[in-house]
Design a protein around this ligand. Structure first.
Ligand code: ASP
Length: 320
């Protein structure tokens, strides 16, 4: 039987990084090796799968841009529409992996697996983690029944909506928080624990139109995150209002709470037509709605993901 293809899209990150000293895991340059080199470096990968490899970008993901996101969405949407493609793998830096994953999930809700992977050590390390992560991601992308945007790191498969980078250094740097991961990858096999993300048919159908809209938007809406902390005032919010911000996400304390002065400034923003979403700086747990709430809640999304949801809502019809 003819094997279906796995598409591998490279965007850079530490997985493609190199340092002069193999024992140096932090002072390296990210995004140096091309995706073809990374794939060729994994023994047996190309012979076990029919692969299609494309370099989308070569970026340190701390510098992730809306232009790369738009191109990535266009390529993911294109490849997932091809009958002979089983799934898509994206190599990415760890720093903003959860944001790109959530962006693709929210925009495309694909019915095929779209698997982001990464590395905490550069490719030049004595024992780099990238090759195994990439191999695991290909395993997930080729698993029958797999669906939706997920992230694979250190043998753990996380949903886009749940995944968060939680550690600055360890190889197992990601967590699904309160939610359990979907699966583990063990010796090129998947041990499934939960359900794949639901494909959102309406969004998937509107994807081409949505991508065309994103391509035509010169400036994405200005949506910023403001954090609450002891002694927080309203100055940052007032400065953002003056700068023309269109949306604000509160990374609040606890159940999305804000210091009185910050809260007052956010109310001024909302009264002026700026949408304000209440999220929490706690890594686990959802902000729960309260009777008489003035601001909408982030519906379980972290502040950075709530920001993406709000940007999409401000740009595209049907995004809430
Ligand atoms: N700064 C790197 C990046 O996000 C970190 C990494 O990939 O681990 O591209």
């Amino acid at each position: 039987m003819h094997k279906k293809k796995i598409v591998i899209l490279g965007t850079g990150g530490t997985i493609a990084g190199q340092s002069a000293d193999a024992s140096d895991h932090i002072a390296y340059v990210a995004a140096e090796l091309g995706i073809v080199t990374l794939v060729e470096g994994i023994a047996g990968l190309a012979s076990a799968h029919e692969l299609l490899v494309e370099q989308i970008a070569q970026a340190d993901s701390k510098d992730m841009s809306f232009a790369i996101w738009t191109l990535l969405a266009e390529r993911v949407n294109y490849f997932s529409s091809l009958d002979d493609v089983a799934g898509i793998v994206i190599t990415h830096g760890t720093d903003t992996l959860e944001e790109t994953a959530y962006f693709l999930h929210a925009l495309l809700s694909p019915a095929k697996p779209v698997v982001l992977t990464c590395a905490m050590r550069p490719a030049s390390a004595l024992t780099p983690d990238g090759p195994q992560n990439l191999r695991d991601a290909v395993t997930v992308a080729g698993t029958p029944g797999a669906r939706g945007v997920v992230a694979v790191c250190a043998g753990v498969v996380h949903r886009a909506a749940d995944v968060q980078k939680r550690h600055t250094y360890r190889l197992d740097a990601f967590s699904s928080g309160d939610a359990a991961p979907i699966a583990y990858v063990e010796d090129n096999r998947l041990r499934l624990l939960g359900n794949w993300p639901a494909a959102h048919e309406i969004r998937a159908r509107a994807a081409i139109e949505n991508i065309a809209t994103l391509q035509s938007v010169i400036c994405w809406p200005k949506v910023e995150v403001v954090m609450n902390y002891a002694g927080a005032g309203g100055g940052v919010v007032h400065a953002l209002i003056a700068a023309g911000v269109q949306g604000l996400v509160l990374a609040g304390t606890g159940n999305g709470t804000a210091h009185n002065e910050l809260d007052a400034a956010l109310k001024v923003a909302q009264a002026g037509g700026i949408r304000v979403v209440r999220a929490t700086r706690c890594p686990d747990g959802h902000v729960l709605a309260l009777a008489g709430d003035v601001f909408e809640t982030s519906k379980g999304l972290s502040p950075v993901k709530a920001r993406i949801a709000l940007m999409l809502a401000l740009m595209l019809p049907g995004f809430g």
